[in-house]
Design a protein around this ligand. Structure first.
Ligand SMILES: C[S@@+](CC[C@H](N)C(=O)[O-])C[C@H]1O[C@@H](n2cnc3c(N)ncnc32)[C@H](O)[C@@H]1O
Length: 340
């Protein structure tokens, strides 16, 4: 009964936030402690729900969790993604986490977010889609008109696609088109780039004007710097570099170096949207200090224009503020704090 009550409350909360809607059907339905369901995350992609379980109780009551989610009107399929390493720490046997019956859930689906279509692979990173960046992507689309935009660590191209929607500048057809003339996304993951390229076609964008490149972020940015390439807006959204507080110091160095490069390839007076999904960085205030260090390295003066985090469908329980810091037992890499 408790489970049903809390899942129903989570559904009601999202309905109150206008989710799903005619223009967005990818969102977080259950956000662990934020919905009083510690260890349970549910992302909804159209008629499909992806359940990320990281607590023994979720596995124990799996059939009840599934029944509650199946009873939600729009949900036709459930994809179960146990966080095996965390569950093993909780004393669970890996063999018990295997699905007994082969899944009938489709492995790919399509969603719409703020009017932009995305292909999602359920084998993809996280639950398959970074729904937490929805509001930040929309903000980017509002400021992209006529701007040259670079999306570093782009995954399936969410920021680049929003920049395109917002009218970011792209030049083609000239003799010497340089990379900064094209709306560009960069990532090392081939499956992610395949999705990004599919998304260009899904949204009827010109592949010559919006392009995705497989390259390491540091290598790409150093190359751009050596070619004197720069962009009006740079988005930097690396993976979680500080998964635990123990590695905070070394991760700060990595964030500083990446951000310093990103600042150098942002034109003077331009905008850098820099993200961290490491709770240990953002909640401890280390991220802003790291950005200041990056600015000194880049010999740039910076001001912070806007600080934001995950979308409002990712509630946090204020009586459990440590939640965002507990990366040690949480492999969900939500964007706890993103800064301009
Ligand atoms: C937090 S996700 C980005 C999410 C994306 N901005 C979105 O809105 O969907 C981080 C991305 O960094 C990529 N990545 C990891 N290491 C990288 C590297 N060394 N260089 C470039 N990209 C990298 C991952 O493949 C992943 O797609």
């Amino acid at each position: 009964k408790l489970l049903e009550t809390r899942i129903n409350a989570a559904v009601e909360l999202r309905r109150g936030l206008g989710l799903p809607s005619a223009i967005t059907n990818a969102y977080r339905l259950v956000n662990s402690e934020g919905d009083r369901l510690s260890g349970l995350i549910v992302d909804v992609f159209g008629d499909l729900a992806v359940v990320a379980s990281s607590a023994a109780w979720v596995e124990k009551y799996k059939s009840k969790v599934k029944a509650c989610i199946s009873s939600i009107d729009e949900i036709n399929h459930i994809h179960w993604r146990p966080s095996v390493e965390i569950l093993k720490e909780e004393g669970m046997d890996a063999a018990d986490l295997k699905e007994l019956h082969p899944s009938t859930c489709p492995q790919r689906t399509k969603v719409i977010e703020n009017g932009i279509s995305y292909a999602i692979s359920l084998e993809g990173q996280k639950t398959g889609f970074y729904a937490d960046q929805r509001e930040n992507r929309m903000f980017l689309s509002m400021i992209s008109h006529g701007q040259r935009v670079l999306d570093v660590c782009c995954y399936s191209g969410g920021f680049a696609l929003n920049a395109a929607k917002g009218g970011a500048m792209s030049i083609t057809g000239t003799v010497n088109v340089i990379l900064s003339d094209i709306l560009l996304g960069v990532d090392t993951s081939l499956p992610a780039l395949e999705l990004a390229r599919e998304n260009i076609a899904l949204n009827n964008l010109d592949p010559e004007k919006t392009s995705f490149l497989r390259e390491d972020a540091t290598v790409f940015m150093k190359g751009a710097l050596s070619r004197n390439d720069s962009w009006d807006i740079v988005i930097l959204d690396p993976p979680k570099l500080a998964p635990t507080r123990k590695v905070l110091q070394s991760a700060s160095g990595m964030y500083r170096n990446l951000n310093s490069l990103a600042m150098k390839i942002t034109r003077r007076g331009g905008l850098l949207m820099t993200c961290s999904c490491s709770g240990a960085m953002t909640q401890s205030g280390t991220f802003l200090r790291t950005l200041q260090g990056a600015a000194s390295m880049a010999e740039r003066k910076i001001t912070v224009l806007r600080q934001s985090g995950a979308g409002c469908d990712h509630p946090i329980d204020p009586s459990y503020p440590e939640e965002a810091l507990h990366d040690d037992d949480d492999d969900d890499d939500d964007h706890g704090g993103d800064d301009f």
